[in-house]
Design a protein. Structure first.
Length: 373
């Protein structure tokens, strides 16, 4: 492997996998400001292996000559290029480009070996595919599995640059493929779930703000200003009927009602996962300690697909009117769970949250009669 400078017009661009090259002008501005950080990669016959976007940007800037890394693919196959050279000098996306250039050569070799063998297993094709992948990985200094992850990320970025290019950039910046690969799988699964047809009356996410009936009057502060439901009435709520086969459940609960809320979750056939906490900007009622937090039990049933794996279990928001929940919570639900969203005992209408039960009674009676919306 050698590095040198060649006339930019001498580099030949053959058949490329990537069709959409993205924003070349931004890349050109970056190169103009900080220089070319990574030379383009070419074969000894000056055919481009990796760096087409950089080459286009340099042409846009009017460069006449360009720094290149010359890579002899035959030497790579023979193992004459040290593994640490790839780790230090090539970004993961460049390793993918090099592997793509090597793959036809290795497959031809595999086919030749197949013709010379008489004792091959029935699934020889799969064996050879795995062997080729591992040899490609070894050729560029990584395992076959790691190279496969890199290729998957690069291919996704090529097919859908607006959706997945940031993952390729993250991989190149860190030099690691595992995290962006897992994020890619999550985003693909999100697209799959969002494309599924929903069943009328069934929801992938349910929110319940139960009107708890307290046995005491909160140390003299009086009864709630809204109608409440008894324990038996809460157990009879048709939560399982609202829930899709794969569903997230959010149950608002105060500190005093946490044991009962956990019972309800189990009775509705959901599995407890964690507790979210709303930290308010001032203290409120409390029989012993004055409360400055309110909680949400998060539970699931079925396949508990999660839309985002970087959400904290705490959110901060100012105290609202009596029992009104903050917009910050609903934003969290949208980021974590898939629509459609259903909400029982809704205090404030939101277009994407269907009101499942509407209370009908007065505070004087101290009870609530749930009605379907």
């Amino acid at each position: 492997m050698a590095t040198k400078t060649v006339p930019i017009t001498a580099i030949r661009v053959g058949k490329r996998h990537r069709k959409d090259l993205g924003d070349i002008r931004s890349l050109a501005r970056s190169i103009q400001e900080i220089g070319l950080l990574h030379p383009v990669v070419i074969r000894p016959d000056e055919v481009l292996i990796a760096g087409e976007r950089r080459l286009r940007a340099l042409k846009l800037l009017g460069w006449k000559k360009v720094p290149v890394t010359v890579l002899d693919l035959d030497k790579v196959i023979r193992g004459e290029v040290a593994e640490n050279v790839f780790r230090q000098d090539f970004r993961p996306s460049e390793m993918v480009a090099i592997a793509r250039a090597l793959e036809p050569i290795l497959r031809r070799e595999a086919k030749a070996r197949q013709g010379a063998r008489t004792d091959l297993p029935v699934n020889f094709r799969n064996v050879e595919f795995g062997d080729t992948r591992d040899r490609l990985g070894a050729s560029v200094g990584v395992s076959g599995r790691t190279l496969e992850k890199m290729m998957t990320i690069v291919e996704a970025a090529e097919k859908h640059p607006r959706k997945f290019s940031h993952l390729k950039e993250q991989m190149d910046e860190t030099g690691k493929a595992t995290r962006p690969y897992r994020e890619l799988l999550r985003l693909k699964d999100e697209r799959r779930v969002l494309a599924l047809k929903t069943i009328a009356g069934k929801y992938r996410a349910l929110i319940l703000d139960c009107p708890w009936a307290y046995e005491q009057d909160l140390a003299g502060w009086g009864r709630p200003t809204y109608a409440t439901m008894t324990k038996d009435e809460l157990f009879q709520l048709p939560v399982p009927e609202w829930a899709a086969a794969d569903c997230h459940l959010y149950v608002w609960v105060t500190n005093a009602m946490m044991p009962l809320a956990c019972e309800l979750v189990r009775a509705w056939k959901f599995e407890h996962r964690t507790i979210l906490t709303w930290v308010k900007d001032r203290i409120a009622l409390g029989a012993y300690f004055r409360n400055q937090t309110e909680h949400v039990i998060f539970a699931t049933r079925g396949n508990s697909n999660f839309r985002c794996n970087s959400l904290p279990n705490v959110f901060h928001a100012p105290q609202r009117r009596d029992s009104e929940k903050p917009d910050e919570f609903y934003s969290l639900v949208r980021r974590a769970s898939f629509p459609p969203y259903g909400e029982a005992f809704q205090r404030k209408a939101r277009p994407d949250f269907v009101n499942l039960y509407a209370p009908r009674s007065s505070v004087e009676t101290g009870t609530v009669i749930p009605l379907r919306a």
